[in-house]
Unconditional design. Structure first.
Length: 309
């Protein structure tokens, strides 16, 4: 069965079967990444534009590698070097790029809803690589893939997202995806960094990280996004670290082996101690590797779905 939607804009409303299909397809692509020649001709002839209006290391390189490994033609757009600098709008930028006959756009943008907007102004397939504080669906998919790979399942696990929930697109996509896949989901952080209405999404809330650690099998630790904070949400980084950092001392109090995820980039020794980040608890670099396979799966499923229409 093809995916229900021709775009990937977020995980809100994406059916369980589609998430399952993406994760299962990623398993086949993950195997290709271990081969000496890590390339298949699957998307030969397709042209994909990576439209990044915000900085990125992991997502941009991961998408580009995934596209090249599938033999697509790849064009990279960076807002800083484009006519956006001269005042060109997102709509005009996208329509001009589409006029050059492209098939797919992967976009990161600071505005919530930017990827949805793009689906209304151009005909290409759109993949959201992060829109403001809204969603980052491929990050949540690679997080779920990494949890399933390590722990053998997602359903029934206690998974807590820790940190700056309010400013995080990773948190929202993880909540939608994990709940669809049957996990028990919680968030943990200072009251000022947890949206007031979050309980309506069916998540537990912890204000004590030690309580969260007692409950969880997996902690997905988020970066404190100082660049998105227009006022002080906690007194100091030192105080944040004292009450909310995931440290070895805190994890050692738990009888369970807790798996640690972080989408990156990490503020080492702020939300996560360097010791834990580099420990056997951590899946961080595995997440990055799995991200290429998951993005290959998304590109393949969307690219071939449109071909068959
Ligand atoms: N996880 C993530 O989105 O990282 P980048 O901002 O480096 O793409």
């Amino acid at each position: 069965m093809p995916l229900a939607s021709r775009h990937l804009l977020g995980l809100e409303g994406v059916p369980k079967e589609d998430i399952q299909l993406i994760l299962d397809t990623a398993t086949s692509f993950r195997e290709i990444l271990e081969r000496p020649i890590k390339k298949v001709p699957t998307l030969q002839g397709m042209t994909i534009v990576n439209l990044f209006f915000e900085s990125s290391t992991r997502t941009r390189i991961s998408f580009e590698l995934a596209e090249r490994r599938l033999s697509a033609d790849v064009v990279n757009f960076s807002a800083d070097l484009s006519s956006v600098k001269k005042g060109e709008t997102l709509k005009d930028t996208a329509r001009n790029i589409e006029a050059m006959k492209i098939d797919m756009v992967v976009m990161r943008h600071a505005a919530v809803g930017a990827a949805h907007f793009l689906t209304r102004v151009i005909k290409a397939i759109i993949i959201n690589a992060g829109d403001g504080t809204h969603e980052h669906p491929t990050q949540a998919l690679l997080d779920m893939y990494s949890i399933r790979e390590k722990l053998g399942k997602i359903e029934g696990l206690n998974i807590c997202i820790v940190g700056d929930i309010s400013h995080s697109r990773v948190a929202l996509s993880n909540i939608y995806g994990l709940k669809t896949m049957g996990a028990n989901v919680a968030v943990c952080g200072p009251k000022t960094l947890i949206p007031r209405e979050i309980g309506k999404l069916g998540v537990k809330i912890f204000y004590s990280v030690d309580e969260a650690i007692k409950w969880a099998n997996v902690l997905n630790v988020l970066r404190i996004q100082l660049e998105r904070q227009d006022r002080a949400f906690f007194p100091s980084l030192r105080e944040y670290r004292q009450y909310f950092a995931i440290t070895k001392e805190r994890l050692d109090k738990s009888e369970k082996q807790i798996t640690i995820l972080h989408p990156g980039p990490i503020n080492r020794d702020v939300e996560l101690s360097a010791e834990v980040a580099d420990s056997e608890h951590s899946l961080i670099l595995q997440q990055v590797l799995n991200g290429v396979a998951v993005r290959m799966a998304v590109l393949y499923l969307l690219g071939t779905r449109s071909e068959s229409k």
